[in-house]
Design a protein. Structure first.
Length: 205
């Protein structure tokens, strides 16, 4: 009897982890774990509010599945804004910064977990994101650009861990409009999208 093919689906994946987590653990393990628990409670609440599902956690990283690109981007941006507010109210040694990457792509279903290129690209975008920032795949940006009031900064095609992705920053307080060298042309990307118009009722894909 032939083995059945793995089940697949299209999903929006949010990947996040802590900036400098290993160093923080080396400096003060107990304090770092306590601070991580506080921040995890924040993202847990926002994921529930925006109808996401956490499907994997390992150390400081969190992987979340959404059905809606709009809700994923709003969730990630609200999390970063909430973390910034927390950092402004606690001592420096208790502060944490996160990077977030969001991709939409094909994933493999294995029990409650998800695997595949859709997840891998989200992790690549997370690695590319600024501390305190949210970095999107181009296909996510194309969906949310006219459905939210966020502004965006196009980074062009970037190579991260041997994978080329077209990346777009969400413009948030505390992040810069950076110019990165594009992997395909060797030129810096200065493409900037015009301000979007807010149409906020959520629309699932």
């Amino acid at each position: 009897m032939a083995e059945s093919s793995p089940r697949r689906k299209l999903a929006v994946i949010l990947a996040t982890d802590v900036v400098g987590y290993s160093t923080k653990m080396e400096e003060n393990e107990d304090q770092t774990l306590n601070n991580l628990m506080v921040c995890r409670s924040i993202i847990d609440g926002l994921v529930e509010e925006y109808h996401g599902r956490i499907f994997n956690t390992a150390g400081d990283s969190v992987l979340v599945e959404f059905q809606s690109a709009v809700e994923a981007v709003i969730c990630g941006s609200e999390f970063q804004n909430t973390i910034k507010e927390r950092n402004n109210s606690v001592p420096e040694e208790e502060q944490m910064e996160f990077r977030i990457g969001i991709n939409m792509g094909d994933v493999v279903i294995e029990g409650d977990n998800l695997y595949g290129e859709g997840v891998n690209v989200a992790a690549r975008l997370e690695a590319l994101a600024q501390p305190g920032g949210v970095c999107l795949a181009k296909n996510v940006h194309e969906i949310v650009n006219k459905k939210t009031d966020f502004q965006f900064h196009d980074l062009g095609e970037q190579t991260v861990k041997n994978t080329v992705v077209h990346a777009v920053d969400v413009t948030l307080d505390g992040t810069s409009q950076r110019k990165l060298q594009e992997s395909t042309t060797g030129q810096q990307s200065s493409t900037e999208k015009p301000p979007a118009i807010a149409v906020l009722p959520f629309t699932n894909m």
